[in-house]
Design a protein around this ligand. Sequence first.
Ligand SMILES: [Zn+2]
Length: 439
Amino acid sequence: MTTWWAARAVVDGSAHDRVVIEAAGGVITRIDSDTDAPSDARVLAGAVIPGAVNAHSHAFHRVLRSRTHRGRDSFWSWRDQMYAAAAVLDPESYRGLARAVFAEMLEAGYTAVGEFHYLHHAPGGATYADPNEMSHALAAAAEEVGIRLVLLDTLYLAGGPGVAPDATQVRFSDGSAEAWAERTSALSTSGLVTHGLAVHSVRAVPPEAIAVAAAVARERGVPLHAHVSEQPRENDESRAAYGRTPVELLRDAGALGSDFTAVHATHLTNTDIAELGGSHVCVCATTERDLADGIGPIPALREAGAMLCLGSDSHAVIDPFEEARAIELDERLGSRRRGTFTGEELLGVMTTGGASALGLPDAGLAVGAPADFIEVATSSVRLAGHDQAALADAIVYAAAPADVRTVVVAGIERVRDGAHISVDTAVELDRSIRQVTGT
Ligand SMILES: [Zn+2]
């Protein structure tokens, strides 16, 4: 058993003082407030909150940071640069890169990540001796650094409606939904790693294959994710090829529901918004900004009943606080209205929303919940002088990854004093990114 004592903590959405947290076997076994620190407790001077959940990640996109932001290019030319990185990764370099990126996420306050993984096969499309070798590389990376991983094995079959995969995309394809289902049936849960499934997008997967994927996910009882309507061009292509929007295609394939997550959901019709009411929607605000995607109809989706979560997606930024406040701040820019989302609500999007989308147990601080939590320094230059009666607002609107002092996953401290306990994150990032980019 391990015991922590925190000066403050957010429990059930509200701030408590002098909180004792005990964990055993990876779960919280005791949580009490207004208590003196036990003599054997690790004392945390800041505020403890549940760990942030990154519901949408492509770890290898991290190599693009600072290399793709300039110029007047588009999502589609950005994608060409991303494909150049995808073309050179092998299991060893993929593992090294993911290890460093997952360590960066931990240091930023994410305790769990949903990795939307489609880099399945060798360059040229050949199958590795173990067809799941690239998945195993991600799982090993997560276990090594101690982040909870939901590996969303992604179905990817086409370069567009009726278009065969190109030279890069053949690495992503299993050739058929049935072959993908067969390959992914060999994936097993262990330690910090569980599995879910994904359909890349209606661009990359034809309707009949989406129906197969939805049926397989239901049968296995795992979450299903898909990129949805990130760009208007995707909607135009879907309408031209199938006479329906991407959301309508997903609905007709039986994909929508409480175990489904629509990633982005930026360009939607009113019908699309109503259809997504029973599903999750993953907002990836910093990536959507970077790629000039637009601002999604997030308040309308919430109104329709969609459950919100967030993801750092392309890792232009890895910062759960920025990702959370961006939902409200981008909405202010678009609507010229303030106060659509409260700080408490955004903290929920950052934590429990992501856990729900990834099929993880509730991410709150409670007895029986996974012991996944972080300590945010409340005395930093960013939070100094904050309103003590509005702790959630202070954290969501002012905190930064530099304020994350301690990160606990499954009851074990992975980050202490702001640094990963066993990974020199900046050194490993630098080495693995230069290896992939050759610069
Ligand atoms: Zn994505």
